[in-house]
Design a protein around this ligand. Sequence first.
Ligand SMILES: Cc1cc2nc3c(=O)[nH]c(=O)nc-3n(C[C@H](O)[C@H](O)[C@H](O)COP(=O)(O)O)c2cc1C
Length: 331
Amino acid sequence: MADLSISYLDLPLKNPLVASSSPLAEKIENLQRMEEKGAAAIVLPSLFEEQIELQNLGFPGASSGFLPAELQHIPNMHAYNQGANGYLAYLYKAKKAVKIPIIGSLNGYYSGGWVQYGRLIEAAGADALELNVYYLATKPHIDAHEIENMYLELVSNVKSAVSIPVAVKLSPYFSATANIAQRLAKAGARGLVLFNRFYQPDLDLDTLEVVPNLSLSTSEELRLRLRWAAILHGQIPTDLAITGGVHTAQDVVKCMLAGANVAMMTSALLMRGIGYTSKVYMDLLNWMEEHEYESVHQMRGSMSQKSVTDPTAFERANYMRVLRSYAMKER
Ligand SMILES: Cc1cc2nc3c(=O)[nH]c(=O)nc-3n(C[C@H](O)[C@H](O)[C@H](O)COP(=O)(O)O)c2cc1C
């Protein structure tokens, strides 16, 4: 049988399938089922910066109707994660309930309570911490340099406070992705998670309101991640995780070939149920056997930019080729 083991964030994993942060991980019985069905690690739903803010101001788990005027901008998170301290208690229980690594997650963009909660998440037993920096650069006077420095400061502040490995879930919208990846590694990131999915609001033409719109991914979204994993693999001294568009064992194989350590799933599990993990696991094993791969290690990075015969396939030359191939098909 092929050896599926792999290391991610210095954690020895039995295979590269990781359940990414989602509401499925809000229940202990779901965590146990994920483990039983083959997930090798689980990222918990994020603790949001806004929840930390509420906790520190003395309004843990308050619904927005009960908040003072200056905190009314914080969305109603009453039912979410049982507040910041509830999150820590849940994490502690989660660690007791399963044997696979549990990765805590913090979501926000300024380091206010992150150092404090990074420490608490470590104390509650997390094996690693994922920082989901969700910042939209909407202010014309804030330049890219300032934003990148904000990311770097946040990572180095959290990293200096905890000894567990820290991963950063990145946006795909940097002007210089390879450069920020390298600087994040220097700031202490042990892993990069490619990429955050930003949910774009829609305009409701009946009510003329801006409405939040969450659509689940398809495998189409994987290609952006594959390209960047392939480019970063071997160039940046961090582990790589791919999140966004992993739906099948073939998708997982592509993640490994591009150079990722792990492939994460949320949409696939929300659509098909947690039990679907075991199908992906079995299909992965079968694919590797059919194609005579002995281990995930052997596959990993074998189609990264450094390894393929035509490295320009990941760059601008590929863009021209794609356009030309379409024009020729049409004639
Ligand atoms: C309903 C839902 C809730 C999510 N909650 C979180 C979260 O709390 N923190 C986070 O970092 N990502 C969160 N995500 C993003 C997922 O972890 C994942 O990165 C994203 O869905 C892309 O992967 P996929 O294509 O497998 O769905 C959430 C996604 C969904 C669909």
